[in-house]
Design a protein around this ligand. Structure first.
Ligand SMILES: C[S@@+](CC[C@H](N)C(=O)[O-])C[C@H]1O[C@@H](n2cnc3c(N)ncnc32)[C@H](O)[C@@H]1O
Length: 300
């Protein structure tokens, strides 16, 4: 666990993790990956300018954001961002940033889209995270959020059979492992509304995340079945994963600010670094942020 400062929510540590390989490539998750690809395609806008991908990890989903001209990948872990850069390459299309969703280092209203997939389940303080995401989004921009659903069919059956103590029907998040939370759909809806997001659409995803089905039924068939069931997400959510699309619904109109980054120390705007530069210096407070191999580091 990182960031054990009492004024800051704790952050899960993926530093040095081989998550991309052990969980996705060798962990038998092709079915889940395909279902998520289908859900993203359904929820993403056809085109856009600048997308923020929060908790991008090793960039598994990034190539799916084809409609956007540029993507900023933000993650708390240096090694995850390095893996993403290795996978996607250097170049102007991608901006790599090590930073914290609780203190996003970007100016207000910078992005015209954002995604956060498989990250909310690590948030002890989702309200702060969602408020910050709304701040950096232009008004009426789409925000795609995936969350782990505590009210899934398996949890309901386990609860009714008496093998699971916690109720899947109550609104509080359940921390099933340290810094791993499942959320109730109603509480996510409320969190989004409180952060000035208007929920537009929901897809329930990965209905058939059951080992014996994944072993015996071809992945393409299971994913095709899931793609039909996903549409039920607007009516009920009983799957382990839910994808939502909201739009930023701000009360006051966007003010234009020159710049790209926001200094996490003094909150003043900063431009992007010159190509090849090894640091970014805040023009207001002179704080220095390293840029190593094209990766901005805003952790400190
Ligand atoms: C389960 S992985 C998901 C990665 C990717 N979104 C995917 O679906 O393949 C969660 C990621 O969230 C990142 N993360 C967790 N807490 C964070 C925070 N406070 N700020 C930024 N990234 C965070 C982790 O470092 C990790 O890479």
């Amino acid at each position: 666990m990182n960031n054990q400062n009492k004024n800051h929510p704790p952050v899960i540590d993926y530093e040095g993790s081989d998550y991309q390989t052990s969980f996705w490539k060798e962990g038998g998750r092709e079915y889940e990956d395909r279902c998520e690809q289908i859900a993203l395609k359904r929820l993403l806008p056809d085109e856009g300018g600048l997308l923020l991908e929060i908790g991008a990890g090793a960039g598994r989903n990034t190539p799916r954001y084809t409609g956007f001209k540029r993507v900023v990948l933000l993650d708390y872990s240096l090694t995850q961002v390095q893996q993403a850069q290795e996978y996607l390459g250097k170049g102007d299309k991608y901006v790599y940033v090590i930073g914290d969703v609780y203190r996003l280092p970007f100016i207000d209203n910078l992005f015209d889209g954002a995604t956060m997939i498989r990250v909310l389940h690590h948030m002890k303080d989702p309200q702060v995270a969602l408020g910050g995401i709304n701040r950096v989004l232009q008004n009426k921009s789409p925000f795609l959020l995936e969350y782990a659903n505590k009210q899934n069919l398996k949890a309901i059956l386990r609860y009714w059979m008496g093998v699971q103590e916690w109720s899947p029907f109550t609104l509080e998040a359940i921390e099933f492992e340290e810094l791993n939370f499942d959320f109730h759909p109603k509480s996510v809806k409320k969190l989004l509304a409180e952060a000035s997001f208007k929920l537009e659409r929901q897809l329930s995803v990965s209905h058939f995340r059951i080992n014996f089905l994944k072993k015996w039924v071809p992945t393409g068939i299971l994913a095709a079945l899931d793609s039909i069931f996903q549409y039920t997400g607007d009516w009920w959510q009983l799957s382990p994963s839910v994808f939502t699309r909201s739009i930023s619904d701000k009360k006051s109109p966007d003010k234009h600010v020159e710049g790209f980054f926001q200094c996490p120390a003094c909150k003043k705007p900063m431009p992007e670094a010159e190509p090849g530069a090894d640091k970014l210096v805040c023009p207001s407070c002179s704080k220095i942020y390293p840029v190593v191999d094209g990766i901005y580091d805003f952790r400190n």
